[in-house]
Ligand binder design. Structure first.
Ligand code: C2E
Ligand code: CA
Ligand code: CA
Ligand code: CA
Length: 274
């Protein structure tokens, strides 16, 4: 613990100790919850923008804490990245998502991959094992990564992405446009999909400058042969603009919220044959 010069604890260090204690408690809680099966997945459908058919669904992890109720992944994922639990949690997420998607008959599943999982020396082998053991067709698994994977060791990240590509999975760059070097990453990495960050989409019916930016990203995708998904679509106006500008796929509360696996299966049954 931190003491100031006169041997007293400062407010700062008390505060820090408190935060550390809370985090330690949460780490312990996560470990137990993982063993107790208190994590579960929801799946948010992704639709092709023109026909509005479900193409795939994104797995989003949820923590049903016995005392604290539902905790947001925005809160516990960063902690899991710090304490390393994201590795076993991420393994469980990928396996569960692949297993679930085997019941969807050709509809893909996307999984968010943390930079920490990417650092795991076994990651590519785990992906292979997961596909082999669940029997899911590799192209139906999409891995969503952010530019965070490239910040530490870009060369290693490139070679991992290339290995993953050989395995046959689909690679998506998530939160496109929010980082510092999205463009240079596109030059160097073989992504199949770009996901336009929600902040650009929500600006579409608020800011004049938003549409030309989105159009530029769509043009880039077209020129490079990369499919573009817009995330966080909440209004009909946003959807109309994205469709008019030939966005490939759309995802957002307007079309579907994150759903339990059974609900996705029901939706798929109602869907007309393609
Ligand atoms: P993300 O990957 O960008 O996921 C999209 C987030 O936006 C999800 O929040 C989703 O529920 C939310 N969303 C979708 N459509 C709309 C919309 O129309 N409006 C608004 N306002 N929000 C929308 P969620 O599930 O709370 O996840 C937050 C973040 O936590 C994710 O951002 C991702 O970075 C992380 N995360 C979630 N699940 C996982 C996971 O399984 N593994 C890892 N590594 N990270 C995850
Ligand atoms: Ca994502
Ligand atoms: Ca995103
Ligand atoms: Ca995000």
């Amino acid at each position: 613990s931190k003491e100031n010069g006169r041997g007293q604890f400062s407010f700062f260090s008390i505060d820090m100790n408190c935060k550390v204690a809370v985090q330690r408690q949460m780490t312990e809680g996560m470990r137990n919850s993982l063993a107790a099966g208190e994590f579960y997945l929801e799946y948010q459908p992704r639709f092709d923008a023109r026909g509005r058919h479900i193409r795939s669904a994104e797995a989003l992890v949820r923590w049903a804490h016995p005392e604290r109720g539902r905790i947001s992944p925005a809160e516990f994922i960063p902690l899991a990245e710090q304490n390393g639990l994201i590795v076993p949690l991420g393994d469980w997420i990928m396996r569960t998502a692949c297993e679930t998607a085997t019941h969807w008959h050709g509809i893909g599943v996307s999984v968010n991959v943390s930079p920490v999982q990417f650092r795991d020396a076994d990651f590519v082998q785990k992906v292979r094992d997961c596909l082999e053991e669940t029997g899911l067709e590799p192209s139906l698994l999409e891995l969503e990564v952010t530019e965070g994977i490239l910040l530490e060791d870009a060369d290693r990240a490139i070679s991992l992405l290339k290995e993953l590509k050989k395995v046959g999975v689909t690679l998506a760059m998530d939160d496109f446009g929010t980082g510092y070097s999205s463009l240079s990453y596109l030059r160097n990495f073989p992504f199949d999909v770009i996901k336009i960050d929600r902040s650009f989409v929500s600006d579409l019916d608020r800011k004049e400058s938003a549409r030309p930016i989105v159009q530029a990203i769509l043009g880039l995708g077209r020129a490079l042969g990369i499919s573009v998904t817009a995330e966080g679509v909440e209004t009909n106006e946003q959807l109309a603009i994205l469709t008019a500008d030939h966005c490939n796929e759309v995802q957002g509360f307007l079309l579907a919220r994150p759903l339990r696996a059974e609900q996705v299966a029901e939706l798929l049954q109602e869907m007309p044959e393609l």
